[in-house]
Ligand binder design. Structure first.
Ligand SMILES: C[S@@+](CC[C@H](N)C(=O)[O-])C[C@H]1O[C@@H](n2cnc3c(N)ncnc32)[C@H](O)[C@@H]1O
Length: 381
């Protein structure tokens, strides 16, 4: 029996109910879930009972007691996985991605020269994630010094890329972003921005078809509405289509900021993270920094206090933003694409992912420039 068939037999024995789907190898996406017959919308295709979860409650107290009380659920799950040598875990572990998959997709595993060519905002996010990983490893290594670094790294990345939100009386004591669990078989669904519904009941996790599917079609779930910088950093892939994608212009903004302007922004917790997505909450940060760069501190304050009236300042800010976006294209994006192309460091697939991201950024900026120009023409008419 192959690993995937073995997994199904094992999962069924754990009480997992699998209907009309099967895991299969999908080019470019590792393993995914395919329909084995035509499926109607609202059909339940998977149910995973609570007993089959790898979650806070299933972690042996012998592990929890040896790790510090501040240990996150993510780090506890990673510790549990790194230490789990039981035969019961083998069928699930056998279908997990390999370390070589993480080395390609996860920027955490890239050589520094490639990490340095990531856009500034995700580069900063990566530094934070690396610090979290390092802290988790230090705690784990003190408690379990016999487990090698590579084995823990692998377990940590498995947890990082395939957990689900899991609410229980125990996990409610943790911050919401850390209420995590591993759900065998459900963790084989790949991401698309529209996908099957996932919900939890006392019977466990249910996955329900969101629409009709034809036999052989891949079924997806949505991991959430993240930008592709986030998808790359946290999950190690870049979707081709992503309506929630956004671009941060920190790379072009930061070199323009003087020390006193940085201090002004820092004072108000507005230093860094400048997205272009107008629908995002953080777009307010972008509007604020553009006012500071193109106007006076007084105007900047008026904007922050909600005292800006009329269109005059906004029109000037839009014109300034257009200039900034042109600069972003010529001074940052084009340069980065050339640098990635010239670089011989790392694996070809790693460089291809990085180049894909900068190309997407180039396309988004070009679309933005087009829509701002159109808006300006409309205002003039
Ligand atoms: C929850 S797992 C899904 C199953 C996974 N493909 C596997 O082989 O085990 C999440 C991982 O799947 C991959 N993935 C998910 N959605 C993808 C997509 N739309 N395109 C490419 N890779 C995807 C990424 O590597 C991600 O870290």
């Amino acid at each position: 029996m192959g690993h995937l068939q073995n997994l199904i037999a094992w999962a069924t024995a754990q009480g997992v109910v699998i209907d009309a789907i099967q895991p299969s190898k999908i080019p470019g996406r590792g393993t995914g879930i395919l329909a084995t017959r035509n499926i109607k919308a609202e059909e339940e295709v998977l149910k995973v009972p609570p007993g089959a979860l790898r979650c806070l409650e299933s972690i042996p107290s012998s592990i929890r007691e040896r790790l510090p009380s501040h240990t996150t659920i993510q780090a506890l799950l990673a510790a549990d996985l790194a230490l789990d040598k039981s035969a019961n875990a083998v069928p699930w572990k056998a279908v997990l991605p390999k370390m070589s998959d993480f080395e390609v997709g996860m920027p955490m595993m890239w050589p520094k020269a490639l990490k340095d060519l990531l856009p500034l905002e995700p580069r900063n996010l990566l530094l934070k994630r690396e610090k979290t990983f390092q802290d988790d490893w230090n705690d784990f290594n003190k408690a379990f010094p016999d487990v090698p670094y590579d084995e823990y790294t692998y377990a940590w990345l498995v947890v990082n890329t395939r957990t689900f939100y899991n609410e229980s009386p125990e996990t409610l004591k943790y911050p919401w972003e850390d209420r995590l669990a591993l759900i065998p078989v459900a963790d084989l669904f790949n991401h698309a921005d529209a996908g099957c519904k996932v919900y939890y009941s006392p019977e466990g996790y249910h996955i329900i078809a969101d629409r009709d599917y034809e036999k052989g079609e891949e079924l997806f779930i949505s991991y959430s509405t993240h930008s592709n910088d986030y998808n790359l950093l946290e999950y190690g892939f870049i979707p081709d289509e992503n309506p929630s994608d956004d671009v941060y212009i920190d790379d072009v903004i930061f070199p323009k900021l003087g020390e006193s302007q940085k201090a002004e922004l820092e004072k108000r917790d507005l230093l860094g993270e400048y997205p272009l997505g107008e629908a995002t909450e953080e777009f307010h940060r972008t509007q604020a920094v553009l006012r500071l760069l193109s106007g006076t501190v007084k105007e900047f304050d008026r904007f922050l206090n909600g005292e800006e009236h009329g269109q005059v300042v906004q029109n000037r800010v839009d014109t300034y933003l257009l200039k900034v976006l042109d600069e972003f294209l010529s001074d940052v994006v084009t340069k980065r694409l050339q640098e990635v192309d010239a670089l011989k460091v790392g694996l070809e697939e790693q460089r291809a992912l990085l180049a894909k991201r900068w190309t997407q950024i180039e396309e988004i900026i070009n679309r933005k420039i087009g829509s701002y120009r159109e808006r300006q023409m409309d205002t003039l008419e």
